[in-house]
Design a binder for this molecule. Structure first.
Ligand SMILES: [Zn+2]
Length: 221
């Protein structure tokens, strides 16, 4: 079992997709599990849907049960890449217990590490054109004329969700929980951190290098 960790905006999801393709393993994201549960009629799915419909967080034990059910599917027989779980220390501990019962472990927890300042820059620089929503980014892909859409000349606007003070408050909360999870895996001796500021392909190579020494994940004979 491989766990991918990273803050919002770190590029973790992108790397999870690339690694899943590389290893021929499923990428398992709890968000997808919840959406699936909302459609199927299994007892776990119905329980999870109840919490979601009341606007409550799905309890860790139910989330872990859903994860384990997903990992029983034939395509996950050789393992899986977890994307977006665990998010808290309690979830990491629940996952450890559940995996131990099945005689398996988290082989590696891969952290796509990006400094807070750069995360904020990535997350807050987004602007949309008022006409049809063409997207721009202050530093990554700025418009030719500040505040004006290149394509249709309409004024660019920023969504409330993308405003610096709102992004910062949300991010700080998430970084606190992430630090706990990182510490949990560091203590277990399975944490591997790579520099998430590098280009996507370089980050992928660094992740593969980090995984290489782990017997289960060895890609060359
Ligand atoms: Zn436009």
């Amino acid at each position: 079992m491989l766990v991918l960790l990273g803050a919002p905006g770190a590029g973790k999801g992108t790397q999870a997709h690339v690694l899943a393709r590389h290893f021929g393993l499923p990428r398992v994201a709890t968000g997808d599990l919840f959406r699936g549960a909302a459609r199927d009629g299994s007892p776990l799915g119905l329980a999870a849907r109840g919490y979601m419909e009341r606007g409550e967080l799905v309890p860790d034990e139910i989330t872990v049960e859903m994860l384990l059910e997903r990992l029983d599917a034939p395509d996950a027989e050789r393992g899986a890449i977890l994307d977006g779980f665990p998010r808290t220390r309690a979830q990491a501990e629940a996952l450890d217990r559940a995996l131990a019962e099945r005689g398996t472990v988290v082989d590696a927890a891969l952290l796509v590490d990006v400094p807070t300042g750069e995360l904020l820059q990535r997350l807050t620089g987004r602007w949309l054109c008022g006409a049809v929503g063409h997207t721009y980014h202050e530093t990554a892909y700025p418009p030719r004329v500040p505040g004006i859409c290149d394509i249709d000349g309409s004024a660019l606007i920023q969504r409330d969700d993308d405003r610096p003070e709102i992004v910062k408050a949300r991010l700080e909360k998430q970084l606190g929980a992430l630090a706990d999870v990182v510490e949990h895996y560091r203590a277990a001796g399975v944490l591997q951190a790579v520099d998430g500021r590098r280009p996507i392909a370089s980050v992928t190579n660094d992740l593969l290098d980090a995984i290489e020494p782990i017997p289960y994940w060895r890609t060359s004979p």
